[in-house]
Write a protein that binds this ligand. Sequence first.
Ligand SMILES: Nc1nc2c(ncn2[C@@H]2O[C@H](COP(=O)(O)OP(=O)(O)OP(=O)(O)O)[C@@H](O)[C@H]2O)c(=O)[nH]1
Ligand SMILES: [Mg+2]
Length: 368
Amino acid sequence: MQYPVETALQASVLTASGPGAVAVIRLEGHLPLQENPFRPFVRPDEVTPQTAQINRLLYGRWHGEDLVIVRTATHCWEIQCHGGSVAVQRILQDLQATGARVVPGTGNSQSISRAQDLSPEQQADELIRRALQLCRTREAAERILQQADGRQVRLLQQRAAGNTDALEQSQRWLSFTNSLLRGFRVLLTGEPNAGKSSLLNALCGRQRAIVSDVPGTTRDLLDAETTMGGWIIRFVDSAGVREDATSDIETEGIRRSLTATGAVDLICCIAELKPIPDLLLQTLATARCPVLLVQNKADLLTSDSDFTFLQPLVHPFAERVQVSAATGAGLEELKSCMLRLLLPALPPSEMALPLADSEAMCLTQRCT
Ligand SMILES: Nc1nc2c(ncn2[C@@H]2O[C@H](COP(=O)(O)OP(=O)(O)OP(=O)(O)O)[C@@H](O)[C@H]2O)c(=O)[nH]1
Ligand SMILES: [Mg+2]
């Protein structure tokens, strides 16, 4: 096909939006010679996308990102880049800045076309499709699919008609939608050797963290993701907290553990069958999220055990569970207790969830 020189370059995304291994962006028209940020891994005067042989792979870099450009016809190229939305959006924005027009493709190019160009039905379809692609559990996908019964269309129509009440109602469920797509972060803290890493492994069902009987084995924050009751849970293991750290590395590890208490949705304080050290208690007392007391090593309890540690449950602990990471006893009760403390209020069954920011929510998650 011939393209008049004055025809602007058109860009369209061929792959689905959301997390993916590779994204493909198709370019048709006249590729500006110098203005795009693509730099081939060859001498610039040797070969460029404009002069490349048809179907020859051209490896290069677009800003900091490695990618491949293939010239598929005289005026057609395909960019194969990282499948995340950030890389795709950045390339599209760069192309737009050089005068390219972004047109709907079979992938997510509609997501950057202007909302006013789409009907409420198309906008609702697009929002639901994008949110659906971000779901990582079946339960989350089911909840998003329920949104396709016309409630999102009605919300968009109400917004267009200037009805802010409906929008405000929907926005109240932002944190619910956020949790549905992003999941929760749960910190495992406690004294060295209490069994934090053993619990992380038991809860995730794999040997993610090193376990040993040497106090101070875990030095840094280490996370592992799993699902519980259809919700994504990211457990964060941490260095054991004690006042008499034996090295600068351990001190730094403890500092990171204590700092992490401010960046999670729930804290599990793992304790052996004895009182919790003051340093940890003071930090937990200022936590902004629920704190759950998890008394581990229940398998070591005998009728002769000293039960004085079982003081009445006081602030900052919301609940207490006894478990054994070694035998698995109490783990189901621990999971239900965590979900009880984590789960937000559920929206009424007919509610239109705020989906417009779903992609932004997931991008935030990946950056944190
Ligand atoms: N009997 C028994 N031993 C356990 C249990 N949980 C952990 N342990 C043992 O306790 C020791 C310490 O376990 P870790 O999981 O490494 O403890 P930690 O809290 O991560 O320790 P640090 O990383 O040093 O802070 C290991 O020898 C484990 O095998 C349990 O439920 N019962
Ligand atoms: Mg550990």
